[in-house]
Design a protein around this ligand. Structure first.
Ligand SMILES: [Zn+2]
Length: 112
């Protein structure tokens, strides 16, 4: 006597190999690529100015992300908004100093 077949209407005797696979790892890999692609092509709107992103390749693969200084167009990890002009740029473009360095100069100036 024939063994009773499953009542599952999808059971047509197909093999796993007959079907197209959707794997989470592949899905994540593609999503990550799309995300990175979108990130690189996105621009950040800060104080009405558009700041572009740039990338550089890391030694062991992968990408590192940077801001593009709107003034000198160099890759920067940090940009600043000038408190008076409201201009956005890197430290050197805006002529900014660190407090410690300025005080150091002042103290040396006083001692000298
Ligand atoms: Zn700059």
């Amino acid at each position: 006597m024939e063994k009773m077949k499953s009542l599952n209407p999808n059971n047509l005797g197909l093999l796993v190999e007959d079907c197209q696979k959707i794997e989470i790892s592949q899905f994540l890999k593609e999503s990550r690529l799309k995300m990175k692609e979108a990130l690189v092509h996105s621009a950040i709107d800060a104080s009405g100015m558009t700041i572009e992103l740039m990338t550089s390749n890391m030694n062991f693969g992968g990408l590192r992300y940077w801001f593009k200084c709107p003034m000198c167009e160099r890759r920067m990890g940090t940009l600043f908004i000038h408190p008076l002009s409201q201009k956005i740029g890197c430290r050197s473009c805006l002529g900014l100093e660190y407090r410690a360095r300025r005080y150091k100069g002042m103290i040396e100036g006083i001692v000298a």
